[in-house]
Write a protein that binds this ligand. Structure first.
Ligand code: NAP
Length: 246
């Protein structure tokens, strides 16, 4: 389905991003991973994708660095000639109630989750415009829609990402570039493994389907949004949350 396409996924060294990269590779897209980790830490993910018979390229890059992301995007375009798909997935948490939250907690989360997506989107759309084709998917969160105690920085970054999605969708619709967001609920990854048993159980009580999501649930949603079946969908936020926010 995605043969000959070039997909750039940030934060794809592990977790949800790695699963998205594998799902796109299974559909024959060539994959570019942009991640903060050193190459050694992402070797397993790269090997799994290579085994699917596509080209995989890796760039170590902090997405919050404007200049570095420009260099990375330019070098991807130099090597592959284009970027068809961009998934802004890299994200972190630094949870504290507002009374205890430091300025540095706020800046770090906003810089990676929101500015990082701005950086990658700004540099990539320049090239997508010329080809008159692009599919951008931003990984937000269901907490962007409902708020969450202890996550003022994270929720603000993920709500900002929804605003960015809608605006870029309007600005680039005429260039055949669609821009959508996914709002995952509670998905089993290292990010959520860090939560206490108590928090995990209380979150589970909020999920009508009664079980936690898996990385493949998010990867499947990305796959749909970048597929020809979704060509008339832009500016939406697709909740993939087991009904957590109804
Ligand atoms: P994860 O397991 O913590 O993986 C995050 C990935 O992002 C890691 O590979 C990490 O690299 C990379 N990363 C972090 N900072 C970066 C930076 N500055 N530049 C480039 N890459 C960076 O997280 P996850 O659970 O898969 O989450 C993926 C996305 O889904 C995030 O945006 C998250 O907010 C969102 N999300 C997750 C859930 C959930 O329940 N898990 C729910 C809603 C939304 P390192 O390995 O070097 O740290």
């Amino acid at each position: 389905m995605l043969k000959e396409q070039v997909a750039v996924i940030t934060g794809a060294g592990r977790g949800i991003g790695a699963e998205i990269a594998k799902a796109l590779a299974q559909n024959h897209a060539n994959i570019v991973i942009v991640d903060y980790s050193a190459l050694d830490a992402v070797q397993d993910t790269i090997a799994e994708i290579k085994a699917l018979g596509v080209t995989v390229q890796y760039y170590q890059c902090d997405v919050s660095n404007f200049q570095k992301t420009k260099e990375v995007v330019d070098s991807i375009v130099k090597e592959f000639g284009k970027i068809d798909i961009l998934v802004n997935n890299a994200g972190i948490t630094a949870d504290k109630i507002l009374l205890r939250m430091e300025e540095s907690d706020w800046d770090r989360v906003l810089n990676i989750n929101l500015k990082g997506s701005f950086n990658m989107t700004k540099h990539t759309t320049t090239h997508m415009m010329r080809k008159k084709y692009g599919r951008i998917v931003n990984i937000s969160s269901v907490v962007a829609l409902m708020g969450n105690v202890g996550q003022a920085n994270y929720v603000a970054s993920k709500a900002g990402l929804i605003g960015l999605t809608k605006t870029v969708a309007k600005e680039f619709g005429g260039k055949n570039i669609t821009v959508n967001a996914i709002a995952p609920g509670y998905i089993k990854t290292a990010m959520t493994d860090a939560l206490s048993e108590e928090v995990r159980n209380s979150m589970l009580k909020m999920v009508p389907l009664g079980y936690l999501g898996e990385v493949k649930d998010i990867a499947n949603a990305v796959l749909f949004l970048v597929s020809p079946s979704a060509r008339y969908i832009t500016g939406v936020t697709l909740k993939v949350d087991g009904g957590m926010y109804i």
